[in-house]
Structure formats: structure tokens, C-alpha cells
Design a binder for this molecule. Structure first.
Ligand SMILES: Cc1cc2nc3c(=O)[nH]c(=O)nc-3n(C[C@H](O)[C@H](O)[C@H](O)COP(=O)(O)OP(=O)(O)OC[C@H]3O[C@@H](n4cnc5c(N)ncnc54)[C@H](O)[C@@H]3O)c2cc1C
Ligand SMILES: Cc1cc2nc3c(=O)[nH]c(=O)nc-3n(C[C@H](O)[C@H](O)[C@H](O)COP(=O)(O)O)c2cc1C
Length: 783
């Protein structure tokens, strides 16, 4: 078999090594345009898990690599004169040049032919090869030659970065967030061998310009960085080696294989440097290709298996890198945070590290995070213990005169079980049990402001006396038997009205017994849905009056808070999204116009709702669809509602149009809450695939939301919050006397359960290489 490898970077060399080991008779040649020892870049990083993989696949190169490594366990975050260190991270660094020399040496040993200073310009050079590995890096010439086939997507990110080096020793992966007169600069730095460290500098394009970096050559810009970070460099110089400032390209390819050609490494997919995974991905691609070649019956099947089997893992890493790079792009959002909360945000930015996880690794750090959180609560006038605070989830929150005992919320959820809009005993038990279950705040389902405002025939309403009496009974029960506050969510279904119960076909039009529907514009939801009537001024006045009347009934029922539903494609949302609003009057066109009617309704309700009680609005912060609402729009929307008196923005997403492309995942809507909260500076509630109290604490402690709502988890577990309180030892929880023995038992048992769990976790965690090395260095105890 003849294999041609274009590119002698980590991907190409490692693939050549693994394939040659597998097929000693194969004729494998690596073509590299640079000289053998001619490498740009400074250090590379690998996690312990990646090194385990290297050990398994090629022990000789693994041993040589690890002999050359620098190990560290801590991440250090420098911000506004403070430094926070978190251990247990298990990373290693090595010089890129050394890595390449080791891989070259190993490849040669095995009989791979290495041709340096050989720039492959066209396919003629590898004619006759059975397999062509395109490992030619970020600007892959051959990927671009077959652009129509591979279909690369190159997302050039906004921040500028440059890769430099230094002789400054470092004992941790170090992030420095540096305020300057021009704006924020970030350094990502780590040591990779004795006396050498990598320094990646990053800043936003405006700060870059203001700092006068445009047009400076490498040396001049390194001098500018040395001035900014001089206090830390401690007299050590900054080294350059093709250290040009550039924008990071996030590269993805629709296809990875063309005939006998296969993309590997950066040519195929990049991952932002902030998660240190570029070289790891490249070498793990080589492993995946070698595995596929070993298993599959022929070459075509092997390449197919490589592409299909590897894609998910690569996309997962890219997603984590994406989330991380977005955090760094928006670092200014957190610039006024308490430094310890800021550091917590750095650590938890890409979801892999959480509150509980950090509590195990760095309990002192998390204790400081809790104290900072409690101090913020205290600063807002609430009397809380700041010396031994409860975890963020169990810190109170005040909105106007309403005090919530904790930050856990039952999200609004339609039960489709009302009779002509009247809530039943099902609702009494449903809301009653969830209130007793300990959530600080519970929401009603979307409660409709008129018969024709309903989504389905089973939806609850609040437009007549019978409904008002039924709701009052439920509110009274909640107030009498729990500490929960109760929020009423009012809505109008708009074009999604007159549809079937959830379990009969969500959003599908009723076959009989329906009613006429209205919307911002006459656009049906499904092609076969009813075409809604475009609302005229009279219809708007009628709808506004209906919302106000229901709000007044809500006040008579005794609800503590009122939410206006402007999300999920229902009537008011249909005005806000350009995908559902094509009006040509003052209520269509610009975002300002599209917001006009929802704001009028909100304003009228605010005037009718008691001033001491808070109001919130639920929005879809993105439509997940081309041309629809985006996170930036959501910030504008939140600001507009804040101006008319909203106290909390309930940040949901989507459900506007049926062909949306949401990106689901754990806590998938939280970045929108983060953006709205920290750009528009309004309190937010986040929701969406949040399933554990660990996630709740992670979100709150990082300042990404003020309240956290859980929907589906509460459907199966009304006592989600009480159980979490027991786990975290938040024993101030209210419990009705009938249930006290149960509360006492779970609080007692949880102490032991938690200790057992933590012991198990600690025992199960393998020692990091840094810890092992540290242990080996320690003198043995006297025997
Ligand atoms: C300026 C810069 C500095 C970097 N520094 C670091 C660092 O310090 N640490 C780190 O972890 N990562 C660094 N990276 C990222 C890292 O290099 C990649 O993520 C990783 O090396 C990907 O490996 P690869 O083999 O796919 O590509 P590369 O390492 O880019 O290797 C591709 C190779 O193909 C060769 N090549 C390209 N076209 C041809 C052709 N037509 N004919 C012959 N040869 C060709 C190139 O010369 C190159 O050697 C840096 C990237 C850049 C752009
Ligand atoms: C059965 C069900 C009914 C829902 N009804 C409503 C509703 O009436 N109003 C609303 O704003 N959201 C409604 N939602 C959305 C939830 O409030 C929540 O935003 C969503 O389920 C995501 O959160 P989760 O992952 O915690 O379930 C409903 C969700 C479910 C599962």
C-alpha cells in the first residue's frame, strides 16, 4: 500500500507512525514544505486523558514525549490585583518543536520516508498513492482545491490574538486579565519546558486598534505586550516566532473524505486555543484513522468509518471550544464582577467544570465564591449570613417587595387539563405539591386571557369569575402550606391557538371545535394551520383590555407576581419576531416598531398591577432561524421592557417557526440569559435542560442568571428543591408540620450520603501526572 501524507505537523506525522506500525510493508511518505527543525509556535498542551491515549497507541513516542514535559495541576486566574488558584486540572506542556522532532525520529525509525522542503502544489505528486492524507493545516491547499466537495465553513472570529513565548517560569496554567487605558487584554500562558513558556495574547478588535497595534511589526507588538504585562513578566523577555496578530478561524467541513483523500487535523476542524485542544485533536484524528484502517475490510469502508465514527467527538470538542471562545470575546460583560466570581466564571465557562466539581477540588475557592455571592445579596438589603453562607441556590432574592426564599423556580408548564379554562383539582394537587416541594417561586402555566386566547381546549384561563374563584383556592393553598411565592403567567396563543392537546399532536390544528385565530400577520404556523387574521387597532385594544382584566383578577386571586408571555411564537411574540411579523404599519418593520404592541400591553398591565408586586416578561431570546431574533436583539428587547418597569426577564428561546434549528444540550439557553443579564443589566431567570442542583449553583455563582427555572425535572419530582436543600445542608427551608419527620430524616441522612459520595468521587479519581510526579519527588517517610 502506498500512502502519501501532505503536511508534517502533529496530525500527519502521527498518522504516518500509527499506519506504518500497523502495515510495516506500506510505502509511506510525509511531504513537508518546511525544514525538519523549522517550526513556528512555542508549546503544546495535552490533558492526562490524551496522554493515556498516546501511551496506548505508541509507547515509544509517548515515553519520549513525557520525558520532555512540564506538568501542572493548577489554573491561576489573575484579575484586578487578585489571584485565584484551582487545583486538580492535570495538564502537561511540551515544546512544539520537540514534539515534532520526536515524532519525526519515531517515524524514521519505523521506516517512514520524510521529505522536507517539499511544497506539494498539485495532485500529480501523489498520483499512484492508494491513500492521501491531507494534514496540511489550517489553510489546507487541497481542501480549498476541492472546496465544492469538502464544503468548509470558516468562521473568522472577531478577537485578535498572537502566539508568543517567554522565559518566565510558570507553575500553573495562567490567565491574566489586564485592564489597560485602551481596554481589556488577556494572556493565556503556560510553561512547556524548563525556562520556556507559551504566551497567547488576546484582545477585542477595538482595543487592538486603540492600543496602536495595527501596523506594528512582530517585535514592536511584543514590546507593547511586554509593557502591558511587564509587572508579571518580571524582567523576562517576550520571544517571537511568526507571532503575527490574527483572527481565529473556526473551521468545520461538511465532508472529510473525497475518493482516496482524507482530511486530518486543523485542515479538517479547528478548536480555539483557550481550551488547548488543537494538537490533541490533530493527533487523536490520526488515532481514529488508524483504528478505522485496522478494523474496516477495505480503504473506502475505513475512510467512511473514520468520518462517521470521529465526527461526534470532534464536534463536541469544537462546541466546548466555541462556548469558551465566546466567553473570552465577551469578557467585558464580567469586568465589574467581584474577582472571585469572575474567576469562577473563567473556570466554569465551557460547562465541563461545575460548582460541585470545584467544591471537591478547591473547597476553599468555592467557599470564597459563596461568600462573595452572599455579600451581594446582603448589599441588596437582605439579612443573610456572609461568614458561613448557604450555597447560591438557597440565597434569597427580592424583587420589589416580594422576597423569594431561594433561587429555584418551577417553570410555567401547561397541563392541558382545565375545563373551559377553569383549573381543576389536578391543578390544586399539581401546584400545591410543587409549592410544598420547596421551590422559592412557582409559575402557573400560560393562563389565557380569553376563550379565544387559548392554545388548546384544555388550557387554563382567567377571564371569568368561576376561573378566578378556582385560582384563588389554589393560591390560598400555596400560601397557607408553603413558603413559595406564586407567579401568574398570562398569555394569548395567537396563531398557535385552536390546536390539539399536547398528547394528541402539539401545535396541530383542531379538526373540530376550533375558533378563529389572530396574529401580527396572516402567516399560518404549519402550511395546513388556520390562517390567522391580522390584528387591527380594535383587536389590539380588545386584547390589551383582556390582559389588564386578567391581571386585575390575578391580583384578586392573591398572586405575588405577574408574567407577560412574549415568547414561543404566541400572540405577543408574533409581533416581536420579524419571521412572523410583516406588517407595514407602526407595529411592523424595525424592532422598535415590532415591540410597540407588547410594550403597550405590558405598560397597561403594569399600571393595573400593584406597584409593590414585581412583573416579568418571558421572551424567546433567539428564533434559532435565519433572519429571526438573535441574542443581540434579545438585549434590546430586555432593555425596552426594563424601561417600562420589568423586574425580571425570563429568558427562553425558539418555538417561533416550525423549521427552526435549535442547538440543544445541557443548559443550552443559559448563554442567552448570561448575555441579557450582563449586557442589558436586568435580572434574569434562565431555563432549559437544567436538571441538577449542581447546574443551578454553577449558573448562579457565575452570575449568568438571578433565578433558575426547571420545567420537566419538576414534573417528575415536586420535591427537587427540598432534596437539594438537604444535600447542601440549607436547613432554613420551610416545611409544613405534617411533613417535618420526612424533612428531618432527609437532612440527617444527606450529611452521610454526601460524605460517602464525595469520598467515592475522590477515590475514583485517578491521580494526575502532576500529582504522581509530586509524590515521587517527596522523600519517603522514615521506615
Ligand atoms: C502561528 C501559529 C502558532 C501556533 N502555535 C501553537 C502552539 O504554540 N501551541 C499549540 O498547541 N498549538 C499551536 N498552534 C496550533 C497548532 O499548530 C494546530 O492546532 C496543530 O498543530 C494542528 O496540527 P496539524 O498537523 O493539523 O497542522 P499543522 O501543525 O499546521 O501542520 C501542517 C503542516 O503542513 C505543512 N504544509 C501545509 N501545506 C503544505 C503543502 N502544500 N505541502 C507540504 N507541506 C505543507 C505545513 O508547513 C505544516 O507543517 C499554532 C498555530 C499557528 C497558526
Ligand atoms: C408540558 C410542558 C408545558 C409547557 N408549557 C409552558 C407554558 O405554559 N408557558 C411557558 O412559558 N412555557 C411552557 N413550557 C416551557 C417550560 O416552561 C420550559 O421553558 C421548558 O420546558 C424548558 O425547560 P426544562 O428543560 O426544564 O423542561 C412548557 C414545557 C413543558 C414540558
Amino acid at each position: 500500500m502506498k500512502i502519501a501524507v501532505i503536511g508534517g505537523g502533529p496530525a500527519g506525522l502521527y498518522a504516518a507512525i500509527l499506519l506504518k506500525k500497523q502495515r510495516p510493508a506500506a510505502d509511506i511518505t510525509v511531504y513537508e514544505r518546511n525544514r525538519a527543525d523549522d517550526t513556528f509556535g512555542f508549546g503544546v498542551v495535552f490533558s492526562d486523558a490524551t496522554l493515556d491515549n498516546f501511551e496506548k497507541y505508541d509507547p515509544p513516542s509517548y515515553r519520549r514525549i513525557t520525558q520532555e514535559f512540564a506538568y501542572w495541576d493548577d489554573i491561576a486566574v489573575h484579575f484586578r490585583g487578585t489571584v485565584h488558584r484551582v487545583g486538580g486540572n492535570g495538564f502537561c506542556g511540551c515544546s512544539r518543536r520537540t514534539l515534532l522532532l520526536i515524532l519525526q525520529e519515531r517515524a524514521r525509525e519505523l521506516g517512514v520516508t520524510l521529505k522536507f522542503e517539499t511544497d506539494i502544489a498539485d495532485a500529480a505528486r501523489f498520483e499512484g498513492a492508494d491513500l492521501v492524507i491531507l494534514a496540511d493545516g489550517i489553510n489546507s491547499r487541497f481542501r480549498e482545491k476541492h472546496i465544492g466537495h469538502f464544503q468548509p465553513e470558516v468562521d473568522l472570529r472577531s478577537n485578535m490574538f498572537a502566539w508568543m513565548g517567554s522565559t518566565r517560569p510558570l507553575d500553573a496554567f495562567t490567565f491574566i486579565f489586564q485592564e489597560t487605558e485602551w481596554g481589556p487584554f488577556i494572556a493565556h500562558a503556560y510553561q512547556y519546558e524548563a525556562g520556556r513558556s507559551t504566551w497567547i495574547f488576546e484582545t477585542d478588535p477595538e482595543t487592538f486598534k486603540r492600543a496602536g497595534l495595527t501596523g506594528l511589526d512582530e517585535r514592536q507588538s511584543a514590546d507593547r505586550m511586554a509593557e502591558i504585562f511587564g509587572w508579571f513578566l518580571d524582567g523576562h523577555p517576550l520571544l517571537i516566532n511568526r507571532s503575527m496578530w490574527r483572527n481565529f478561524p473556526m473551521i468545520r467541513n461538511r465532508r472529510w473524505v473525497k475518493d482516496n483523500m482524507v482530511l486530518l487535523g486543523d485542515a479538517k476542524a479547528t478548536a480555539h486555543f483557550s481550551i488547548g485542544s488543537g494538537t490533541k485533536l490533530a493527533m487523536e484524528d490520526a488515532i481514529a484513522l488508524a483504528d478505522a484502517m485496522q478494523r474496516a475490510p477495505d480503504l473506502a469502508a475505513a475512510l467512511k468509518e473514520y468520518e462517521e465514527g470521529r465526527r461526534e467527538e470532534v464536534e463536541k470538542t469544537q462546541h466546548a471550544a466555541d462556548v469558551s471562545l465566546v466567553w473570552f470575546e465577551h469578557v467585558d460583560r464580567f469586568w465589574d464582577f467581584d474577582p472571585v466570581q469572575f474567576a469562577f466564571g473563567v473556570m466554569t465557562r465551557s460547562k465541563a467544570i461545575t460548582y460541585d466539581n470545584l467544591t471537591l477540588r478547591a473547597p476553599g475557592f468555592v467557599a470564597e465564591v459563596d461568600k462573595a455571592f452572599a455579600r451581594q445579596v446582603q448589599a441588596r438589603g437582605l439579612d443573610v449570613d456572609v461568614k458561613k453562607p448557604v450555597v447560591p441556590m438557597f440565597q434569597p432574592l427580592k424583587l420589589r417587595e416580594m422576597r423569594l426564599e431561594n433561587r429555584s423556580v418551577v417553570s410555567p408548564m401547561c397541563m392541558y387539563s382545565a375545563n373551559e379554562g377553569v383549573p381543576t383539582d389536578f391543578h390544586l394537587v399539581h401546584y400545591g405539591s410543587r409549592a410544598i416541594g420547596g421551590a422559592g417561586l412557582i409559575f402557573t402555566e400560560m393562563t389565557c386571557v380569553g376563550r379565544d386566547a387559548r392554545i388548546t381546549p384544555g388550557c387554563a384561563g382567567l377571564w371569568n369569575d368561576e376561573q378566578e374563584a378556582a385560582w384563588r383556592r389554589i393560591v390560598d393553598f400555596v400560601h397557607a402550606n408553603s413558603a413559595a411565592k406564586f407567579a401568574l403567567q398570562l398569555g394569548h396563543a395567537g396563531r398557535k391557538g385552536a390546536t390539539k392537546l399536547m398528547w394528541d399532536g402539539m401545535d396541530r390544528p383542531l379538526e373540530e371545535g376550533g375558533w378563529d385565530v389572530i396574529s401580527a400577520s396572516p402567516i399560518p404556523y404549519f402550511p395546513d394551520s388556520q390562517v390567522p387574521r391580522e390584528m387591527d387597532r380594535a383587536a389590539m385594544e380588545a386584547v390589551k383590555a383582556a390582559f389588564v382584566a386578567s391581571a386585575e383578577r390575578g391580583e384578586r386571586c392573591g398572586f405575588d407576581m405577574l408574567e407577560l408571555h412574549c415568547a414561543h411564537g404566541y400572540l405577543l411574540a408574533s409581533f416581536i419576531s420579524p419571521l412572523t411579523n410583516n406588517r407595514s404599519d407602526a407595529y411592523g418593520g424595525s424592532l422598535e416598531n415590532r415591540l410597540r404592541f407588547p410594550l403597550e400591553v405590558f405598560g397597561a398591565m403594569r399600571a393595573a398591577w400593584p406597584a409593590h408586586k414585581p412583573m416579568s416578561v418571558r421572551i424567546s431570546a433567539t428564533d434559532w432561524a435565519e433572519g429571526g431574533i438573535t441574542g443581540d436583539d434579545a438585549v434590546q428587547i430586555a432593555r425596552a421592557f426594563a424601561e417600562v418597569g420589568v423586574d425580571l426577564v425570563d429568558v427562553s428561546t425558539g418555538q417561533t417557526v416550525r423549521d427552526a434549528q435549535p442547538i440543544y444540550g445541557r443548559m443550552f439557553q443559559t448563554p442567552f440569559s448570561d448575555q441579557v443579564r450582563n449586557e442589558a443589566r436586568v435580572a434574569t431567570m434562565c431555563v432549559g435542560n437544567i436538571t441538577t442542583s449542581d447546574q443551578v449553583n454553577t449558573i448562579l455563582a457565575a452570575g449568568r442568571a438571578d433565578l433558575v427555572a426547571l420545567g420537566r425535572p419538576h414534573l417528575v419530582d415536586p420535591s427537587f428543591t427540598m432534596k437539594a436543600a438537604a444535600w447542601y445542608g440549607a436547613d432554613g427551608m420551610f416545611c409544613p408540620p405534617q411533613y417535618l419527620p420526612g424533612k428531618e430524616q432527609i437532612f440527617r441522612n444527606s450529611v452521610r450520603d454526601r460524605q460517602d459520595f464525595e469520598d467515592l468521587k475522590i477515590k475514583a479519581k485517578p491521580k494526575t501526572r502532576a500529582e504522581l510526579r509530586e509524590e515521587a519527588r517527596k522523600p519517603l517517610a522514615a521506615e
